[in-house]
Design a protein. Structure first.
Length: 276
């Protein structure tokens, strides 16, 4: 299992979001590695920290070859130099959360970021879904604009847009499917009906995603620390119970993410047929 969507934070920001806490959460599982996100710049600001959030992640995961870092951008500063810093730190992608970070998904600042990311082959992992900010600034249909203008930019749309928007996100992935196979549905925080009703898809919704875009374009993420050890086990129990071929489950639980990252060591990847 190679897990996407792990937010790491120093203990002064959130005690249960440290690297140690995450490694504890996966203990006893068939864990190969994870993609870890740097804290958002505003979180460091709230905690009164003056160090760089991306450098913090770099130093935190140094020496853990199975942990892949993604940086984050400060929307108050020019995008391109930050993207370049993230490349220099050896990170493979950027976590973008437009409503929490309060930026428009397709304005001048964000387009500069996408252009630089496409140039440097960084993966964009987006939060998509209702998050208490003006909806027009992060309407999922803007993802289609990004895909058209930055055709090589590889993107993961987390929560598949959630309960409100998942059909729009599947529309975007399908709409761009003939121009390249580089848009993915992030299967994170979608399997706990009571605790996560805004993002809930349930096993049926996840199966609809597979039916519509194919198992090769589903990437399981934990959304740690908002989901911790118990939620991870609950997710895995529901996923293992899906009426899918084992190869498709394995693809969602890490095979696809490893392929996206170009990781070829370890278990053979389970790559199924072309969904389109
Ligand atoms: Zn997240």
């Amino acid at each position: 299992m190679f897990i996407n969507h792990v937010h790491l934070m120093p203990s002064d920001l959130r005690e249960d979001a440290t690297l140690e806490s995450f490694l504890g959460a996966v203990e006893g599982l068939d864990f190969e590695g994870a993609v870890c996100f740097a804290p958002f710049s505003q979180q460091f600001g709230w905690a009164g920290r003056t160090d760089d959030h991306n450098v913090w992640l770099h130093d935190t995961i140094a020496g853990h070859d199975n942990l892949i870092g993604y940086g984050t951008l400060d929307p108050k500063r020019p995008a391109r130099p930050q993207v370049e810093q993230i490349v220099e730190l050896g990170f493979r992608g950027i976590k973008l959360h437009p409503p929490a970070q309060k930026f428009h998904m397709f304005d001048e600042w964000s387009r500069e970021a996408y252009a630089a990311m496409e140039e440097h082959d960084l993966i964009a992992d987006f939060h998509i879904g209702v998050h208490w900010h003006r909806l027009k600034e992060y309407d999922p249909l803007l993802c289609d604009e990004i895909a058209w203008h930055y055709p090589k930019l590889r993107m993961v749309f987390e929560h598949v847009g959630g309960w409100h928007y998942y059909r729009q996100v599947l529309a975007v992935i399908t709409n761009n499917g003939q121009r390249g196979k580089h848009l993915y549905a992030g299967i994170a925080s979608v399997l706990a009906k009571d605790q996560q009703r805004f993002w809930w898809l349930g096993p049926e919704g996840v199966s609809e995603c597979r039916w519509q875009i194919g198992a090769d374009f589903l990437i399981y993420g934990l959304d740690f620390p908002y989901n911790h050890a118990a939620r991870l086990r609950n997710d895995l129990a529901q996923i293992q119970a899906l009426d899918w071929p084992k190869a498709d489950i394995d693809a969602m639980l890490g095979g696809n993410l490893k392929r996206l990252l170009g990781i070829t060591t370890g278990d053979a990847l389970n790559v199924g047929g072309d969904p389109n």
